[in-house]
Design a protein around this ligand. Sequence first.
Ligand code: NAD
Length: 478
Amino acid sequence: MIKAKPQQALSFYDSVQAYFDKAAVHTGLDQGLLDQIKVCNAVYRMKFPVKINGGVQVIEAYRVQHSHHRSPTKGGIRYSKHVNQEEVMALATLMTFKCAIVDVPFGGAKGGVAITPWDYNEEQLEKITRRYTAELIKRNFIGPSIDVPAPDYGTGEREMAWIYDTYRTFNGEEIDAAGCVTGKPVTQQGIRGRKEATGRGVYYGIREAVNSAEDMKKVGLEPGLEGKTMVIQGLGNVGSFAGKISQDEGGAKIIGIGEVEGAIYKPDGIDIHDLIRFRKETGSILNYPGATNFSKADRGKVIEFECDILVPAALENEITVNNVDKVKAKIIAEAANGPITSEAANILVNKGVLILPDLYLNAGGVTVSYFEWLKNLSHMRFGRMEKRFNQNIMAEMVNVIEEKTGKKITDIQKQTLVRGADEIDLVRSGLEETMISAYHQIRDIMVRNPSIKDLRTAAFVNAINKISSDYLNLGIFP
Ligand code: NAD
């Protein structure tokens, strides 16, 4: 039998453009205004030399500011050998709509450095990161009121600390310098809860979606996350926190994991903490006790595992026209950016699969980055002013209740009641509120407009409408 030739999958950027166009027709806005909202406003491509192992390597890197309708622009920095201009443009575009969906006052941006981070040691990565930051400073592409990077694939707190330190070195007099980058370590002006934020936001988004009895009926599931089976692709920052929190706080049953070294499937459940420990010890998820292994060459099969909820949390273009027919999940929770091409997404929507779209679902990261930026500008930890005051009021209230009822409240109950909120409590509750209200804004748009069949189109409509009001206030557009 002759094997069918795989079709050329749509590029990530083309998919994002197609998603935009599909939603734009529902907004009724002027075409010139839609064109302005759609295009990338500034693209900076750079090449710089870095001395590595006695030789010089020319590093290719980018920073794209998709939309200047609000300042600063905001978006992560990715380190991956696949980084190219189109990919960074796609990611920056998504950031603009993501920020609008969760009501954070930024335009979208993204950065990328075309390197495989694990090919370099820490010292070399620091050199590359500091030089990249210097290039951004040189062209005025970074600053608390200009453009504020954050972590993305291949980067984390360590890289953000180097960026902050480099920026501060060049801008010693700037009092708000710490607001030039988010996702910093807590000891370097970061905020508690940023590291887990994207994964935690993914959990809140999934929980909200599966709590709707009406929506679950459509996909043939009972409402609630407890006991639902989940498969995760990518056990990095976003995937591991999404998995841990879904298991610990939501009672989800994780039955499959995919990583670079392969994939594993275990229908009776995998304890995610135990698996992370196992991977740390052995260097691989493969051979986890009781699980079926899929080799590195077959790692893509994780997308095809039978489950209720599939969480792609690695990279883009994982579900395309070539494998979409093999997807068995009833819900796909896009923790990664762009994991499904627009053609494949149309097929899944027509099949009745519920897709929680990236531009909503992984917006927890930028939401808590916004809190971090505010903390940096205010120069004060959240909760500092009111924590003790709230504790005193609650303690007084407990005394009054005991006095009036003549009943004693237990010490454990007292501790819970009189506890004032710490920074982490405020960050988590702010994130939870943001993810819940954003979900309902999007779902309401879909429910009110029967010609909108999926949450992604509704999310784009919501974002485009919000951004358009900024432009309309300028008086340029009709
Ligand atoms: P990360 O580098 O921490 O983790 C990604 C993981 O995916 C790594 O463990 C890597 O080994 C694994 N991986 C790579 N290719 C794979 C493959 N083919 N199959 C299985 N696993 C594979 O990156 P991250 O920060 O968790 O980002 C993951 C995704 O989430 C990206 O799409 C990113 O843009 C998106 N995202 C991240 C954030 C954030 O705050 N970090 C925010 C929003 C969106």
